[in-house]
Design a binder for this molecule. Structure first.
Ligand code: AMP
Length: 194
């Protein structure tokens, strides 16, 4: 199964992707994790990406596409993947469409985790205290939410028009959100409540 997870920073994409990876036995591809690893390793991609990442801005599309193309061509991608953090704007969504068409692996579903900005600001504050990620600094988070609203939120329509979008309420405990995602993907029976 090939899935894209959408949602604002701090909406729980990473947590859910990790949980789904274990349940569905498909790899979790996080462009944020890949970039952080490149920064830590001091590669040329890492050096180019660091300033934008620290400021909570988007790293340029060409770097992301090259990185993703390489990752998606690896052996373990053949049974599907969970893409987290990509695409982040319409031009990346177009590039992804073309890339997946070229390798004959179109998306099965796009899951958007819906969480209010207030809840996100709270979650990032807690993560900032625990992990000290510069981009979780409360001031930077506001900027990231603005970029998300301007550049990433339009992807909801992009994928809804293709009949791929499933919106899941992400303001619950992680296990409950996973269950809701699996129901949306028809991997769990729907519960009819009155
Ligand atoms: P994330 O862990 O997904 O929140 O990503 C952390 C940071 O990595 C983002 O704030 C961006 O600076 C950068 N990044 C990750 N994915 C992308 C992407 N698809 N396009 C541009 N920048 C990205």
């Amino acid at each position: 199964m090939r899935i894209v997870l959408l949602g604002a920073p701090g909406s729980g994409k990473g947590t859910q992707a990790n949980r789904l990876k274990l349940e569905l036995h498909i790899p979790h591809v996080s462009t944020g994790d890949m970039l952080r690893a490149a920064v830590t390793a001091g590669t040329s991609i890492g050096r180019k990406a660091k300033a934008a990442m620290d400021a909570g801005q988007l790293v340029c599309d060409q770097i992301l596409l090259a990185m993703l193309e390489e990752r998606l061509s690896q052996e373990d991608m053949h049974d599907g993947f969970i893409l987290d953090g990509y695409p982040r704007n319409l031009s990346q969504a177009d590039a992804l469409d073309h890339l997946l068409a070229r390798i004959g692996q179109p998306l099965d579903a796009v899951v958007k985790l819906d969480v209010s900005n207030e809840a996100i600001i709270d979650r990032c504050r807690i993560r900032y205290a625990a992990e000290h990620r510069k981009d979780d600094d409360p001031l930077v988070v506001r900027g990231r939410l603005r970029i998300y609203a301007e550049q990433t939120a339009p992807l909801d329509d992009f994928y809804a028009r293709r009949g791929l979008l499933q919106v899941v309420d992400g303001a619950h405990e992680p296990h409950e959100v996973t269950l809701r995602i699996k129901r949306a993907l028809k991997l769990e029976p729907m519960v009819i409540s009155d």
